[in-house]
Design a protein around this ligand. Structure first.
Ligand code: ITT
Length: 193
């Protein structure tokens, strides 16, 4: 099946399709900019976004909101990750982390789905740490400074790991499993009608 994915970020579509392929789901990018509600929760942003987009496309559609939450910075940049990346970049974030011994951080992803009847969010998280310098060329955004738990390399150095364990891989797997099981009573993700 094909599902519309309203996003400006082609990297997200590629990562979604890496998961979708295993389930026979193809995500097709559509560009419908939507306002991002001010919230610290990626699920709130994704649900609000998909409620905005569905009436325009009138077909089953998803949006995804994601971000990097750094413990020593009280969760910053979180849902403002795109804005912060555009303004100060990776070196700006590393500068904010100078002298911090607590390097813990996590990525969060929430996929908001709507078919006009059901509005639902699927969330994935990826725990790890902020590197001391920018490393690797793969992926996008903060991948060169994020070292997933259990690894010594950043997502940008070891993209195959990202494909298997990332926040986005988890959220899209939950979505695809739910799509595959639709009609059965198996619960998945987070539901809001
Ligand atoms: P949309 O059009 O889908 O909103 P976007 O890139 O603006 O695309 P977000 O609003 O979800 O996406 O912003 C998330 C930002 O967080 C993104 O631009 C990256 O800077 C960062 N980010 C999210 N997921 C990431 C990942 O898997 N790896 C690296 N950085 C990521």
């Amino acid at each position: 099946m094909e599902l519309l994915f309203a996003t400006s970020n082609l990297n997200k579509v590629r990562e979604a399709n890496d998961v979708g392929r295993r389930f026979g789901v193809r995500f097709r990018q559509v560009r419908f900019p939507y306002p991002e509600v001010r919230s610290e929760s990626v699920a709130d942003v994704a649900l609000d976004g998909v409620r905005f987009v569905y009436p325009m496309v009138k077909k089953p559609v998803i949006v995804e909101d994601s971000g990097l939450f750094i413990e020593a910075l009280n969760g910053f940049p979180g849902t403002y990750s795109r804005f912060v990346f555009d303004k100060i970049g990776l070196n700006g974030v590393l500068a904010l982390m100078r002298g911090k011994s607590d390097r813990r951080a996590y990525f969060a992803s929430a996929v908001g789905f709507s078919d006009g009847r059901i509005v639902k969010a699927f969330e994935g998280f990826s725990e790890g740490a902020i590197a001391r310098s920018v490393k690797g060329k793969s992926g996008f955004g903060y991948d060169p400074v994020f070292i997933p738990a259990g690894s010594k390399r950043t997502f940008a150095e070891d993209f195959s790991l990202k494909e298997r364990v990332s926040h986005r891989a988890i959220a899209f797997r939950l979505l695809c499993e739910w799509l595959a099981n639709r009609g059965s009573s198996k619960p998945a993700g987070r539901s809001r009608l």
